[in-house]
Design a protein around this ligand. Structure first.
Ligand code: GLU
Length: 444
């Protein structure tokens, strides 16, 4: 494979789409060896077909705010690849949403979903709408206007959206209500739904819980117990909450959470009612963590990221590229044992390279955070069977899935010296499944 040529051609075709090009570059570098062992892949143009989304829907979302003013946002759905199952992936409502960011997320989702062992293709969507400062009524009107366009392109066996940054239980409720009305059916086309209307137990916790199950497996390869370890977490939304809950339950001590305003350092550990308070903070809609520091009398570091603290485990849980090379250096100098992305592409390419070079246990998002979408897959199964599994049943399945993802990473990522390159392992395992499915189905 001429990786550099493919990347140059992509850059020329999609100038300035940095996040998308970053995600593609990482995967192509990882799979180069295995790709070269399969000349039939090259003949079938697998890479050229895999790096471009099947299609992107772009639409305008006009809506009226509380003052009666007309607002216009942009909406997208990127249907990336459905070779192994219906398109599946979240919707992100955030000011940073662009076609490039959604293409990177849809690309990552394709491999992540392949790793889950469930039949799900990759997709992603969203809008540049920000829920910050919006009233409940405004959020509802926006979600309804968004779905007025999107509903035509989705369905239980076509494309199944879910939540992501800015899209939680409330937004899914409003989106689903409008979908159900327009499509005249109730088959569970969105996941992350409320428990009363087809949602799955454990889905809200799943991304964070799955992340910690994966970290547990990573530490186990080194014979390290998570009990008593200190953990830095970024973000304070749904993912950070689930991760804090499970890390604490496993006996670790979470000492940081963060927001766009800075981070808080709580040396006593974020546990008990402090974890519940994270939900309150999130629901306030203000997108700041400083009130935590005031409430619990701990230190707040305005404008800073939590990676400057000395910890055993670092878990980015906020957004892409939130941990850079300098942060990686600081963490390594401070003796970090394990870094696992629970956000999608949480670390910059330079940071990832450094962790691998220094043989730090490093888990990439598409493996570590796959528990969220995997549990969405379990929600789809329950909807299709018209029944609900118990909490214990869902949690057990999530456990097994995370264990299986870890095993796949080890199979493809173990180096001769015993170090497990999880980036390579996850990319090769995900790629092989999608590539085999595409080969079997011809050039379409
Ligand atoms: N947004 C989550 C992710 O990045 C979940 C997607 C889903 O549940 O479909 O994987």
């Amino acid at each position: 494979m001429k990786t550099e040529n493919i990347l140059l051609a992509l850059e020329a075709k999609h100038p300035g789409e940095h996040e998308y090009l970053q995600a593609v570059k990482e995967v192509l570098h990882s799979i180069e060896d295995v790709y070269n062992q399969h000349p039939e892949f090259e003949k079938a143009g697998i890479i050229e077909r895999l790096v471009e989304p099947d299609r992107i829907f772009t639409f305008k979302i006009p809506w009226v705010d509380d003052k009666g003013n007309v607002q216009v946002n942009l909406g997208y759905r990127v249907q990336f690849n459905n070779a192994i199952g219906p398109y599946k992936g979240g919707l992100r409502f955030h000011a940073s949403v662009t076609p490039s960011s959604l293409k990177f997320l849809g690309f990552e989702q394709t491999f992540k979903n392949a790793l889950t062992t469930l039949p799900m293709g990759g997709g992603k969507g969203g809008s540049d709408f920000s829920i910050r400062g919006k009233s409940n009524a405004e959020v509802m009107r926006f979600c309804q206007a968004f779905m007025l366009e999107l509903w035509r392109h989705i369905g239980p066996d076509t494309d199944v959206p879910a939540g992501d940054i800015g899209v939680g239980a409330r937004e899914i409720g409003y989106l689903y209500g409008m979908y159900r009305k327009l499509a005249l059916e109730n088959t569970g086309t969105l996941t992350g739904k409320g428990l009363d209307y087809g949602g799955s137990l454990i889905r809200p916790e799943a991304t964070g819980f799955g992340g910690l199950y994966f970290v547990y497996q990573m530490l186990k390869t080194k014979g390290i117990d998570i009990k008593g370890k200190t953990v830095a977490i970024s973000g304070f939304g749904n993912v950070a909450w689930g991760a804090t809950l499970k890390a604490t339950e496993m006996g670790a001590k979470v000492v940081t959470i963060s927001g766009p305003d800075g981070y808080v350092y709580d040396p006593a550990g974020i546990s008990g009612e402090k974890i519940d308070y994270m939900l309150e903070l999130r629901n306030s809609g203000e997108d700041i963590v400083a009130p935590y520091a005031e409430k619990y009398g701990v230190e707040f570091f305005p404008g800073k990221r939590p990676w400057q603290q000395k910890v055993d485990i670092a878990l980015p849980c906020a957004i892409q590229n939130e941990l850079n090379e300098e942060d990686a250096k600081t963490l390594i100098d401070n003796g970090v044992t394990c870094v696992a992305e629970i956000s999608n592409m949480g670390c910059t390419a330079e940071a990832v390279d450094l962790f691998i070079e220094k043989k730090v246990l490093f888990g990439p998002g598409k493996a570590v955070n796959a528990g969220g979408v995997a549990t969405s897959g379990l929600e789809m199964t329950q909807n299709a069977m018209h029944l609900n599994w118990t909490e214990a049943e869902v949690d057990e399945k999530l456990h097994q899935i995370m264990k299986s993802i870890h095993e796949q990473c080890c199979i493809y990522g173990k180096q001769p010296d015993g170090y497990i390159n999880y980036v390579k392992g996850a990319n090769v395992a995900g790629f092989m499944k999608v590539a085999r499915a595409m080969m079997a189905q011809g050039v379409v």
